[in-house]
Each structure stands twice: as structure tokens, then as C-alpha cells.
Write a protein that binds this ligand. Structure first.
Ligand SMILES: NC(=O)c1ccc[n+]([C@@H]2O[C@H](COP(=O)([O-])OP(=O)(O)OC[C@H]3O[C@@H](n4cnc5c(N)ncnc54)[C@H](O)[C@@H]3O)[C@@H](O)[C@H]2O)c1
Length: 257
């Protein structure tokens, strides 16, 4: 038996980076996973790679998380494939750089839409599935940027802080309603995925750009996707059955400073 044996998991933004890593790690521990992404081709490649190792464990679904219709379709398709949904990982996200003087309203809105509004729309639509398949777990991927600020991360800071507090509100509602559905937020530091390429480029690119990011982290290395994945595995499993409304910092100590 795996740690998440027969769990029925939806992962948004599952084509690459953290979402793809979560899919593989969960499948390796017995879960079945629906990888949804606006990038269908990427999600299909990732699902095929997972299925090569763990036959029938993964499916890819086209899904723009800003669209309510897409959410309804993605959840319905995922539920058919998985036989229900008991775990929702709200992982899709973007990060754009900009200060209060340089950020555009379009970038601000787009960031809130993809990183925050999507979690409201999607989790609301997922509630009936989660209620039908208890115990359930909602895992929202925030960031250390939801806890500590940077002058150049205006929209992202605001979005990820909203995800942090929204997770607690969802958790309290579920607990007080008597649902066996937990909700927690996860806050990674710079993690080796394509999303940090622009940050590495801003620092001069290559090893030099990476060094500038690493210097900020007490643990003195970037996080690897698996470092975050082990936390996801715990939160998706029944091992975390009493954990709700909590925040998990996978941050090499950066927020302690
Ligand atoms: N990598 C890091 O350093 C880091 C740190 C903290 C938090 N995070 C968060 O982790 C999550 C995953 O990021 P990642 O590092 O894997 O980045 P990534 O860019 O590698 O992957 C993000 C995925 O989300 C998908 N996506 C983007 N917009 C979408 C939309 N509208 N609908 C559906 N899918 C969409 C992309 O196609 C992509 O597959 C994000 O929420 C990000 O903010 C990442």
C-alpha cells in the first residue's frame, strides 16, 4: 500500500514544474492523478511519462483555471476518470515582476485572476465532489512571497498572501460544517522550475543569476521540486488527518530572518 493509495487527485498546472513533480510522486505512492493545464500538450506528455511507470495512474485535461466553464468540464472529466475527487491541488500560477511604480493594471489583474480568483472559482465548484469523497484535502500552493514582501513583486505578493488567508477561511468553514475536508497552504521558496528563469535572468543569468537567489536562502541552495513534493505527499495522505488551516513553509529558513 502506498502512502496515498487510491487517492483521487486533481492537480492544476500539472504540465510541468511543481505540478508535474507532484503528479509523479503521488502516483508512485498509489494515487491516481488528473493533470489539468492550459498547456494540454505538456500535460499529455507528463501524463504519458507517469503512465509509463504507473499504468493508468494519470490523465491530462485541458483547463484554463480562469474559466468557470473550463473548471466545470475539468472537474467532471477528472471525476469520471478517477471515480470521484478527494484531493484538489490548486497549483497553477504565474509570477510577474513589477513595483508599485512600474506594474501595469493588466499584469496586476492577470496575476489575481490566475493565482487567486481561480482558487475561489475552482474550490467552490469542487466542494460537492470533495463532500462526496471524504476524507478530503485541499492544498493551495502559495509562496514565501505570500508571507514576506519584495519591492518588485507587488502583484505576486498580494496574490499569494490572499491564497494564504483564503486557505484558512476554507479550512474553518469545512471544520465548522463537520466536513472531513482539510485545507492548507504551501509556501515554497525559489524552486528549480521554469517559473524562476526570469528571476535568474534578472540576476545576470546562468550560475551568477542562480547565486543571487541562493544568497537569500539560509539553507544555501534552491529548493528542488521534490522538496516541495514531500510536503504535498503528506498533506494528500491521511497522515495529515488532523492538520488544517496551517501553512507549510518549504523555504530553507528564508522567512525566519
Ligand atoms: N518555482 C518556484 O520558485 C515557486 C516558488 C513559490 C511558489 N511557486 C508556485 O508554485 C506553483 C507552480 O509553479 P511552477 O514553479 O511549477 O511554475 P511553472 O511555470 O513551471 O508551472 C506553472 C504551470 O501552470 C500552468 N498555468 C499557467 N497559467 C494557467 C492557467 N490560466 N490555467 C491553467 N494552467 C496554467 C502553466 O502552463 C504551467 O504548466 C505556482 O502557483 C507558483 O506561483 C513556485
Amino acid at each position: 500500500m502506498g502512502r496515498v493509495q487510491d487517492k483521487k487527485v486533481v492537480i492544476t498546472g500539472g504540465a510541468q514544474g511543481l505540478g508535474a513533480c507532484f503528479g509523479r510522486m503521488l502516483a508512485a505512492e498509489g494515487a491516481r492523478v488528473a493533470l489539468t493545464d492550459v498547456n494540454l500538450e505538456g500535460a499529455e506528455k507528463t501524463a504519458a511519462a507517469i503512465n509509463e511507470e504507473f499504468e493508468g495512474a494519470a490523465v491530462a485535461i485541458k483547463h484554463d483555471v480562469t474559466s468557470k466553464d473550463d473548471w466545470a468540464h475539468a472537474l467532471g472529466t477528472a471525476s469520471e476518470f478517477l471515480g470521484g475527487i478527494d484531493t484538489l491541488i490548486n497549483n497553477a500560477g504565474i509570477g510577474v515582476a513589477g513595483s508599485i511604480e512600474t506594474e501595469t493594471y493588466e499584469n496586476w489583474r492577470r496575476t489575481q485572476e490566475i493565482d487567486v480568483d481561480s482558487i475561489f472559482i475552482g474550490t467552490q465548484l469542487a466542494m460537492p465532489y470533495l463532500k462526496d469523497n471524504q476524507p478530503g484535502s485541499i492544498i493551495n500552493i502559495s509562496s514565501v512571497a505570500g508571507l514576506i514582501a519584495d519591492g518588485m513583486m507587488l502583484s505576486y505578493n498580494a496574490a499569494k498572501a490572499a491564497v494564504w488567508m483564503m486557505s484558512k477561511s476554507i479550512a474553518l468553514h469545512c471544520a465548522r460544517s463537520g466536513y472531513d475536508i482539510r485545507c492548507n497552504s504551501v509556501h515554497p521558496v525559489f524552486t528549480r522550475t521554469p517559473i524562476i528563469d526570469p528571476l535568474i535572468a534578472m540576476g545576470g543569468g546562468g550560475d551568477e543569476g542562480e547565486k543571487r537567489l541562493v544568497q537569500q536562502i539560509p539553507w544555501k541552495r534552491l529548493a528542488e521540486p521534490e522538496d516541495v513534493g514531500y510536503c504535498i505527499l503528506y498533506l494528500a495522505s491521511d497522515e495529515s488527518r488532523y492538520i488544517t488551516a496551517a501553512e507549510f513553509k518549504i523555504d530553507g529558513g528564508i522567512t525566519a530572518q
